[in-house]
Design a binder for this molecule. Structure first.
Ligand code: G4P
Length: 530
């Protein structure tokens, strides 16, 4: 590449912010995504910016944008411009769609927004996703949502974050008024106060007005005093901004707001732009950083198979890690050395797909016809590279799978092997269970549905699944397998993909008993393990 091309890649990369929202169902992720998009300018496939800028955030704008640009809050990736930056918001499917893919998305982001419901604080799914962020060194910004309705105390929520996950909170804004009595936000650094007024006539969106301290104090004397006392306390305990602690995962900037009322949402975008890291050189499998201006290379972090028999195509989601991607380039699949044509490069917005002409580090490209690609694979244009693969995550659901039709055992075996290779599901085996009844291990039950459907439609092998009463898995070794073989409510199996031994336990209590009984046996947690 010429110096000029290098400079362009570096410049475009510096503008990118690629992140995901981690939250528990109902915390307000969809509402926040909508609210974020309302502040955004939409970018078309050629990277040009369209649409209205600014914050005329009303529902009709959003619906219009959704209609004309094909954006949906169920998007795989929402790309938009904010200030001078390009924001890539990756979806982390939750609810019934929760699966190992949800975790894998976190291999493709540079930051995460941890969304908390002010009344509920840290909830189980948030904790699991946070655990993956921590294991991958992804810095986390915390947004306390739903401050417009009754909830817990701000200090209590901060304390919970610090005590439960050991992340030091660094509030950037502070709410005036308890949860449910949201008056406005005070900027920690400047002391500037912004009051939020609900529009008359029942509209949910609020308008923001900067108000001087004297007026605010006169209007809300009690809340003002309480907020000043709390701010003093925060200064005293050292809950202050520290960039290094944020980037190394020791501390989290905290913002308060209400996605539904559009309060604090622009502040969140500003925080992402100002504080979250731009894409950085990604280490390859040997630990050497791939320079951002190196030839094009990317990491496949998710592969989606069409569940429809008529559409067998598979779409791979590639996170660009270096260089400029251009549609039509022929990349090399690092794992097989085979060429991969990128004529059908798309960005996926809900049901709609738009062609991607070019992309830069931090961007996500959907590649059609990606039947040979698996999550964790690398594609590069030249100057070969292989990024570390994405590790398997702690499964929490287990089932024995059997072929319904004795005449289809060959197809069944081939299908299981293929789906295990594609990392659609973890396949576990033991001599005891034999080849005809392997155990499938999943992060979310959705993965079982995908496997069942694909075995039937693609491999012509209808199966039955019998759920097993295990909930927790730990990595062990051959010695562990021997030691644990006679324990009740415990089973050790071997994982096809990497040969690791997994010890399965019916519950945490059972696992603790076994760990106490065999203190010297290897029993390692996997990311997102409880
Ligand atoms: P999710 O994607 O994380 O599952 O959450 P979602 O955005 O669907 O929000 C869950 C519920 O919380 C919705 O209410 C939504 O309106 C509400 N909500 C989200 N953000 C806020 C907020 O800042 N303040 C308040 N008061 N509510 C918020 P719902 O009743 O389940 O759905 P709907 O009938 O309102 O759509």
């Amino acid at each position: 590449m010429t110096d000029q091309q290098d400079a362009r890649v570096l410049d475009e990369t510096a503008r990118r912010r690629t992140f995901a929202v981690i939250s528990h169902p109902d915390a307000g992720k969809s509402t926040l995504t909508e609210a974020l998009a309302l502040h955004a300018e939409v970018i078309d496939s050629a990277g040009a910016v369209h649409g209205k800028s600014g914050r005329k955030g009303v529902t009709s704008d959003w619906m219009e944008m959704e209609r004309t640009r094909g954006i949906s809050v169920s998007s795989a990736v929402l790309q938009f411009a904010y200030r001078d930056n390009v924001i890539n918001l990756l979806d982390t499917p939750g609810h019934g769609d929760f699966s190992e893919d949800t975790y894998r998305v976190l291999a493709a982001v540079d930051a995460a927004v941890m969304l908390l419901d002010a009344a509920k604080g840290l909830e189980p799914q948030t904790l699991k996703l946070f655990d993956v962020c921590r294991s991958r060194g992804v810095p986390v910004i915390t947004f306390v949502n739903k401050w417009d309705r009754p909830g817990r105390e701000a200090l209590e929520l901060l304390d919970e974050v610090e005590q439960t996950i050991g992340l030091r909170p660094m509030p950037m804004t502070w709410p005036l008024g308890i949860a449910g009595q949201f008056k406005g936000l005070i900027e920690r650094e400047t002391g500037e106060y912004t009051a939020f007024l609900r529009a008359a006539g029942g509209a949910t969106k609020a308008t923001a007005t900067v108000v001087d301290a004297e007026t605010a104090k006169a209007e809300e004397p009690l809340y003002w005093q309480a907020a000043q006392d709390e701010l003093e306390l925060l200064d005293e305990i050292g809950a202050v901004w520290d960039e290094k602690d944020f980037l190394t995962g020791k501390a989290t900037p905290v913002l308060f707001g209400s996605a539904l009322s559009n309060i604090g949402v622009a502040r969140l975008l500003d925080t992402l732009v100002d504080l979250a890291p731009a894409p950085a050189p990604r280490p390859d499998a040997e630990g050497h950083d791939r320079p951002l201006a190196a030839p094009t290379a990317g990491l496949v972090f998710k592969v989606q198979a069409g569940m429809d028999r008529a559409h067998r195509d598979r779409m791979a989601f590639l996170r660009i890690c270096s260089g400029r991607f251009e549609r039509g380039m022929v990349l090399t699949h690092a794992e097989t050395g085979k060429p991969f044509a990128t004529k059908y490069a798309q960005s996926v917005f809900g049901n709609q797909r738009t062609t991607v002409e070019e992309a830069f580090p931090g961007d996500i490209v959907g590649l059609v016809n990606a039947n040979a690609l698996r999550p964790g694979d690398t594609l590069y244009a030249s100057d070969p590279v292989e990024f570390p693969t994405i590790p398997a995550f702690a499964p929490e659901h287990f089932a024995v799978v059997r072929c319904k039709d004795a005449g289809k055992t060959k197809q069944f075996r081939r299908g299981i092997e293929q789906l295990g290779n594609e990392a659609v599901i973890q396949v576990l085996r033991s001599d005891l269970r034999g080849d005809q009844a392997p155990v499938l291990a999943a992060v979310g039950p959705l993965q079982f549905d995908v496997v069942t459907a694909r075995l039937e439609t693609e491999f012509n092998a209808p199966v039955t699944l019998d759920r097993l009463p295990f909930q927790i898995a730990r990595l062990t070794d051959a010695e562990g397998a021997a030691a644990l073989s006679a324990q009740s409510e415990t089973e050790v199996l071997r994982r096809d993909s990497d040969g690791e031994y997994l010890a399965l336990f019916s519950n945490k209590w059972r696992m603790d008993i076994v760990i106490r009984k065999f203190p010297d046996v290897r029993m390692d947690a996997m990311p997102a393990g409880s």
